[in-house]
Ligand binder design. Sequence first.
Ligand SMILES: [Zn+2]
Ligand SMILES: [Zn+2]
Length: 265
Amino acid sequence: MSQMDCDLAENEAYVDIRAFFDQIAILREPYMRALRSILAPPAISQDLAAIKLENGFPIFDRRELKAHPALLKAYFLDLLTMVEAQKPHEARAIRYRVTQEGCFEELLAQALGQAPGMAAQPEIMRFLLQETIHPLLEIQAAGVHNLPELKRWTWGYCPFCGDAPLLGLLDAETRAKHLVCGACATRWPFSRHRCWDCGTTGNIAYFTVQGDQRFRVETCAACKSYLKVMDQGYGALDKPAMQVHLTTLHLDMLAQDKGFARRAG
Ligand SMILES: [Zn+2]
Ligand SMILES: [Zn+2]
């Protein structure tokens, strides 16, 4: 392991988060398999997708996602059991809530934007619901990832689901940049000189931390937004973007100290 790997990958502050995501990965595999066996690819005609993409509309509306409450609830409760070890009081309160008749279905509707109220939910609840729903979105997005129109998308939000990017990626060889959606894992090409948030060019700068070149924080002087960008010259992204995000939170803190903000999806 290189010195750089030691600096961040072995950073003690993130030991629990890495262990947590290792456990999630074990649960996620059979969950994804079960979802793939019941989810039909999104019913979007190529013509309609082309029109939407050309006009800046994401091709999928998560409000139309067909939830499978029993399967999703079982996975949600497995995740909750893992959280219980770290946050017993919050986890028990959530477990009590979701045993109430119809409560989980209502929470799912909120998480899918079919009902209001998600913003008022506790952070752990939002995280658990996102982790439950994102695999569905990821599978649906994979069903259309070969659409050639996706390559021509020039907007800063996800062409599939409309979420904000969670990370940027620099190609190891071409140095081209892609943005990564934290919800459906779609990657799309994006200019290195334009701000993903306000769309202006010429206002992007970046900083790195403690000599770690694997991550740079891109900042926009025009809209004061920032984005963490992973340089894959030091290793390809082989983990969920959320895991990388949660194990580089010191970069967010520094960016925020400098007066920049990140718009959530
Ligand atoms: Zn997306
Ligand atoms: Zn900007």
